[in-house]
Design a protein around this ligand. Structure first.
Ligand code: ZN
Length: 446
């Protein structure tokens, strides 16, 4: 930490001493001034901090007084705020918006994923401080086109890392065939994985691998790894986890809602062996949020904030679909199943696997503008130290995404993806719901 502060002044001096073109490129275009900076590395906060931005990148981070702010630099006042790297939500779905019935949703809106639905989700995420997100399952062309349009600055949204369709065993409902690609045999698996990689996906999402043959699973993982793409796999069932581990997947999703009171010892032992080389996005909060919306505080569903950016008829349709939450077939199991989740989460963390913040935003009652802070707060309730939670939504995801040189921390050379929250998440994680400013690639979005 200290080392980086000390190098700031020489860095600025060397910039001003360098040739004109270089100095011009480094001229600050924005200064975030006066807040407490948590840079994502987990060290002590920088009080009264300054972040200088030039164009889309950060040029320096340090203490007010140590970092010189050239006169005339536009500033964002961060007094009273915590200044953090933009959040990275590692499990979202842009093609669904919290509706309670997937099939009906798809009938109504499935042909307008790229033109209508995904841009709403993307903007809600960004406004909530999520400057990067990993999308785990969508129609290939739609998600790739939205990713490109966000990258080109045509529509607002998080930087996207996408899987395209799920790769799985070939039984599902007809309407799902575009975002679930079933494989039949190893050669078919190889071809389909290669096809989506060639199209431009960033990683492969494997589900129901316990229903596939060994040859099929091997073909999926080998093809992905040969192309330098990680594989993340569902972990709802113990058999899914074992098979995923057998084949060397890079990460797991979810903690499952099975009846087992916890992970068995054979799995825990293998997780200890993989340790922090294995990533896990447990998505703890969605079931609690669904239960809250059904029983604890249904009024949440009348909060107008989740309707942001939606046509009124779409929002009304979503609201109507959620009236029946307590009648959902699995809902009656919640009171007995929810207490299992904290146990599994604690077990996972004790093995040393690298857990990351992800929300399943888009599934019933999980709204994109209201998801990420909920997962962070739930982790805090379950005893995770606040700094570790913040790193699980910034540095660790950036590392999984092999993008630590661009995102996930506040340091010179990284994209200026910066959020300001009012108050102190280190003492009260619920302040994460109160994001006051969002800067992405050096541009103030909110
Ligand atoms: Zn999901």
């Amino acid at each position: 930490m200290r080392f980086r502060h000390l190098i700031l002044l020489p860095l600025l001096l060397s910039v001003s001493a360098s040739p004109f073109v270089h100095a011009q490129a480094q001229r600050p275009t924005l200064a975030v001034v006066g807040g407490r900076i948590l840079d994502g590395y987990g060290g002590p906060p920088v009080e009264n901090g300054v972040i200088l931005v030039s164009g889309e990148r950060i040029v320096s981070v340090g203490r007010l007084g140590d970092v010189v702010i050239p006169p005339g630099t536009p500033t964002v006042d961060a007094n009273g705020m915590t200044v953090m790297p933009g959040l990275i939500d590692m499990h979202v779905h842009l093609h669904i918006l919290g509706h309670g019935d997937y099939k009906r949703w798809d009938e109504l809106y499935g042909t307008r994923d790229a033109t209508l639905v995904m841009p709403i989700a993307a903007k809600q995420l960004l406004m909530a401080g999520v400057t990067t997100a990993r999308d785990l399952g969508a129609r290939l062309d739609d998600i790739l086109s939205v990713k490109r349009r966000i990258a080109a600055g045509e529509i607002p949204g998080p930087r996207l890392f996408v899987s395209g369709p799920f790769i799985q065993h070939a039984t599902y409902e007809a309407y799902e065939k575009d975002f679930r690609w079933g494989v039949t045999g190893a050669e078919d698996a190889r071809q389909k994985v290669q096809r989506i990689i060639d199209a431009g996906v960033d990683f492969i999402k494997l589900i129901d691998q316990d229903q596939m043959t060994t040859d099929e699973v091997r073909a999926v993982v080998e093809t992905a790894h040969k192309n330098g793409r990680p594989v993340v796999a569902h972990a709802h069932r113990m058999a899914e986890i074992r098979i995923g581990l057998d084949h060397g997947v890079d990460g797991f999703e979810h903690t499952g809602l099975g009846t087992a009171p916890g992970y068995p010892e054979d799995i825990l032992q293998r997780l200890r062996e993989r340790n922090s080389a294995l990533y896990w996005t447990p998505t703890i909060s969605p079931l609690f949020t669904l239960y809250e919306s059904g029983t604890v505080f249904p009024e949440r569903l009348d909060d107008p904030s989740w309707r942001e950016g939606m046509p009124a008829d779409m929002a009304d349709e979503i609201r109507r679909s959620l009236r029946a939450i307590p009648q959902l077939p699995y809902y009656a199991l919640f009171p007995s199943r929810l207490p299992i989740l904290p146990t599994k989460f604690r077990q996972l963390r004790e093995t040393g696997v690298r857990t990351m913040i992800g929300t399943d935003a888009g599934i019933p009652a999980m709204f994109h503008g209201d998801a990420t802070w909920r997962e962070m707060v739930k982790w805090r309730e379950l005893g995770v130290p606040p700094m570790e939670i913040i790193q699980s939504a910034t540095l660790w995801p950036a590392r999984f995404l092999k993008a630590e040189d661009r995102i996930g921390v506040l340091a010179a050379g990284r994209y200026a993806d910066i959020i300001l929250v009012r108050g102190d998440p280190l003492t009260d994680m619920t302040v994460m719901r109160d994001v006051r400013a969002v800067i992405q690639g050096g541009k103030r979005i909110r």
